[in-house]
Design a binder for this molecule. Structure first.
Ligand code: IMP
Ligand code: MG
Length: 179
């Protein structure tokens, strides 16, 4: 079992979510918004964010998977669930848990852009820099981190830890590093 280290407390997350929501409220004031959460990792962030938004909005979810059961990307992205709503001419805000290599976001951007939304912006709770392969634009970023495998607040490792209220880093012990 890897050791856990708290990276962001639930209080820090709540404060940051409120700040992001404040900016989004200002930017979209008077406009209709479609918030698209990326399942499964962004389900808690999306739920907290939309409750802090004071806008005329609808919520949809899309599911893609890029990871197997481990901590590194398989590089292949598969669509699990597509949107329920039409997005043509709508203002879309995509909500992601974490941007790592940038491949998932790039794939999603192409996939959704083809449907001609009126606008398309990205809100990501975590912007993890170390393994970035594709430059991507993140309009609203919660926390920037350099590295580490993060779990909690929706993020998982092999399906676990999603329900934890804080964001944790899984730290491998010396013995596990040799696996
Ligand atoms: P990317 O395509 O490499 O940018 O990966 C994006 C997706 O990989 C995220 O939406 C997460 O689901 C997953 N992911 C990347 N890094 C982490 C992490 O540190 N913890 C949990 N999931 C991660
Ligand atoms: Mg994800």
């Amino acid at each position: 079992m890897p050791a856990e280290k708290t990276v962001f407390s639930s209080q820090q997350i709540a404060t940051r979510v409120a700040e992001l929501a404040h900016r989004i409220n200002g930017d979209y004031a008077g406009r209709k918004l479609l918030v698209v959460g990326v399942l499964t990792g962004a389900f808690i962030f999306t739920a907290d964010l939309v409750r802090a938004l004071d806008l005329d909005l609808a919520v949809d979810f899309i599911q893609v998977s890029s990871y197997g059961r481990g901590t590194s990307s398989s590089g292949e992205i598969t669509l699990g669930k597509d949107l329920d709503y039409e997005i043509c001419n709508r203002e879309v805000l995509l909500v992601e848990d974490i941007i790592d290599t940038g491949r998932t976001l790039t794939w999603l951007r192409h996939h959704l852009f083809a449907r001609r939304p009126a606008s398309f912006k990205v809100c990501a709770l975590l912007d993890k820099r170390e393994r970035r392969e594709v430059e991507v634009e993140i309009d609203y970023a919660g926390f920037r981190v350099e590295r580490g495998f993060l779990v909690g607040y929706g993020l998982d490792y092999a399906g676990r830890y999603r329900q934890r209220p804080e964001i944790l880093e899984l730290v491998r012990t010396t013995r596990q590093t040799q696996e």
